[in-house]
Design a protein around this ligand. Structure first.
Ligand code: B12
Length: 264
């Protein structure tokens, strides 16, 4: 495989209970892994999946319950969390415009994400294993906890993954495990974004939950029906405010209303 130069990365591992964050200083990535990273990131980014966060899979597997661990090709494997910021939306809309038949899918965005990530994996000359966050059977991928262990984003009290730059304005789409050796990682300690925050997300969350209970609806139904109240929970977060999704992206993410995708 083609090799790039050695790569140095900083990853943060956040632990909310103790309000302590551990930052992983990852160095001396071998040439195979560096080449894999570059090729893979480029493919994902072109599709609008602009968050590609590499980490040694062991940082999650070593603390996870046995049934939640991801397969590691029998080695200290390299893995990546694939996600997106608001940058995904124009790319996704262009892909729909090029191929309107995508709208026939029950969930066009999930299908687009699947296709894009599979294509990025297929471009690599190594084995990969992909787990998608929207696939909930036979079991849910605990991607928020993986993102926290990997130092990408810490989980807020309102159950959002908060990225230091994008705040809650990210989607977490998949975890890819690569059949290459990950670098060794050394933890450093830094602060969490929710530390010392007045947590303005909690009153709107409680309100939205109370309303769902009063209306006797399940949470998935409540989120769709009462989406503006649920969106408040995210909009009040002080981290990454300027990274908010567009109105259309926001509404689609809460409602999955495909009619939003039919207009230009
Ligand atoms: C099921 C689900 C929901 C359920 C949550 C029900 C529940 N009690 O867990 C409902 C329908 C309520 C929901 C709502 C939303 N979700 Co949701 N959801 C998921 C999904 C598919 C699985 C989560 C899960 O079951 N985890 C179970 C175990 C394995 O994880 P865990 O770490 O032990 O527990 C976490 C969750 O269970 C969650 N959780 C636990 N209890 C509760 C209670 C409530 C009220 C909520 C909202 C969440 C929640 O938080 C835990 C971490 O703190 C994930 C994708 C994924 N694979 O994680 C997306 C995911 C968590 N959701 C996401 C989003 C964006 C939303 C919505 C904003 C919009 C939407 N798409 O509906 C809303 C509102 C959320 C909010 N905080 O305001 C994003 C979060 C991105 C981010 N930056 O954090 C994810 C990662 C999907 C994605 N593609 O990015 N969701």
């Amino acid at each position: 495989m083609r090799g790039g130069g050695p790569v140095t990365r900083n990853n943060q591992k956040c632990k909310l209970e103790s309000q302590v964050v551990t930052m992983w200083q990852v160095t001396s990535l071998n040439l195979d892994a560096a080449g894999t990273q570059n090729a893979f990131m480029e493919r994902c980014s072109k599709a609008g999946l602009d968050i590609v966060h590499f980490f040694p899979l062991d940082v999650f597997n070593q603390t996870a319950a046995v049934q939640e661990r991801l397969a590691d090709f029998g080695r200290h494997a390299l893995a990546a969390i694939i996600g997106n910021s608001k940058f995904l939306w124009p790319r996704f809309r262009s892909a729909l415009a090029l191929l309107p038949s995508r709208l026939a899918n029950a969930n066009p965005l999930d299908r687009y994400v699947e296709e894009s990530i599979h294509r990025a994996c297929e471009s690599l000359p190594i084995r990969t294993a992909v787990s998608f966050s929207h696939v909930t059977l036979p079991q849910v991928l605990p991607i928020q906890r993986i993102a926290q262990a990997a130092g990408l984003a810490s989980v807020s009290p309102s159950h959002f993954s908060i990225h230091p730059t994008y705040g809650p304005w990210i989607g977490l789409r998949a975890v890819v495990v690569f059949d290459v050796e990950a670098p060794s990682a050394e933890p450093l300690r830094v602060g969490s974004p929710c530390e010392n925050c007045s947590q303005p997300c909690m009153p709107p969350l409680r309100e939205a939950l109370d309303r769902a209970e009063r209306d006797s609806v399940t949470l998935p139904v409540a989120v769709k029906r009462d989406w503006r109240s649920w969106a408040r929970v995210r909009q009040v977060c002080p981290v990454g405010r300027e990274q908010q999704y567009s109105d259309e992206q926001l509404e689609y993410h809460y409602t999955n209303d495909k009619s939003l995708l039919s207009s230009d």
